[in-house]
Design a protein around this ligand. Sequence first.
Ligand code: SAM
Length: 281
Amino acid sequence: MTKQSGSLYVVATPIGNLADISQRAINTLTQVSCIAAEDTRHSGKLLQHLGISNRLLALHDHNEKQRAASIIEKCLAGEDIALISDAGTPLISDPGYSLVRLCREAGVPVVPVPGPCALITALCAAGLPTDKFQFIGFLAPKSSQRQTQLAAVPDSAGTIISYDTARRILDTLQDVVAVFGAERQLVLAKELTKTFEHFACGTAAEITQWLTEDPQRCQGEMVLMIAPAPSKADAEISEEVQRTLKILLAELPLKQAAALTAQIHNEKKNALYQLALSWQS
Ligand code: SAM
């Protein structure tokens, strides 16, 4: 009789706040026969915090393919194994893709144990459109390559989300300005789930200024979100008119705000009404 295959559990861990670990993640990490981790020293601290004394084996970009073979062998022999990364959901800008693909090819069940992920955590609180978004991971190291990558994202992609670093964020913002213009709306989500969590919202020029005003603001972990290209209606209505509309919208119902703005600036009421509606969708 052949022994039933064990499973590979892809387990999400906290991105800052340790209380974000799920009960199911704790149970899984306790029960599996061993845990494949990106950095065993780093993950050892998390396991220690959770009171889990399970065996860790290193799986990183440089040994993933070889390690995958031995993990699959163990699973096929009936062992359950967990995969974790340094933070958040494995495979999301983290190792694990080859392992999961090879497990699937070998018929080893792959079971996700969901939890924190920086891009979703950032997006759900940014106030940018969530119906469509494109995650582009870490951008390339060279400015010209970054600009090509950004320019390749179609307008229809919705909110663009990328991971960035303290060292590079100002250079990235220069590329964002070069490709999308200084007026494109951005949200920079910093230190998510940690003590100094902060969402900086504004145009590309404003966020750049905010960061340069205080070098400390460049520090920490960050997710950059780029609002979709403004609609035609947005583009045709001047900044000044849009500002008035925004101020009035904060105080008045949409219809009244649009009517008053139209009166103040001698604009078409319906265009302003549609624009305000698009901001709310
Ligand atoms: N697998 C992780 C996930 O599920 O989000 C991402 C790993 S990737 C190597 C690390 C990048 O994720 C950081 O450079 C940063 O862009 C983003 N990130 C991770 N934790 C974050 C946090 N607490 N706040 C903001 N960004 C974070």
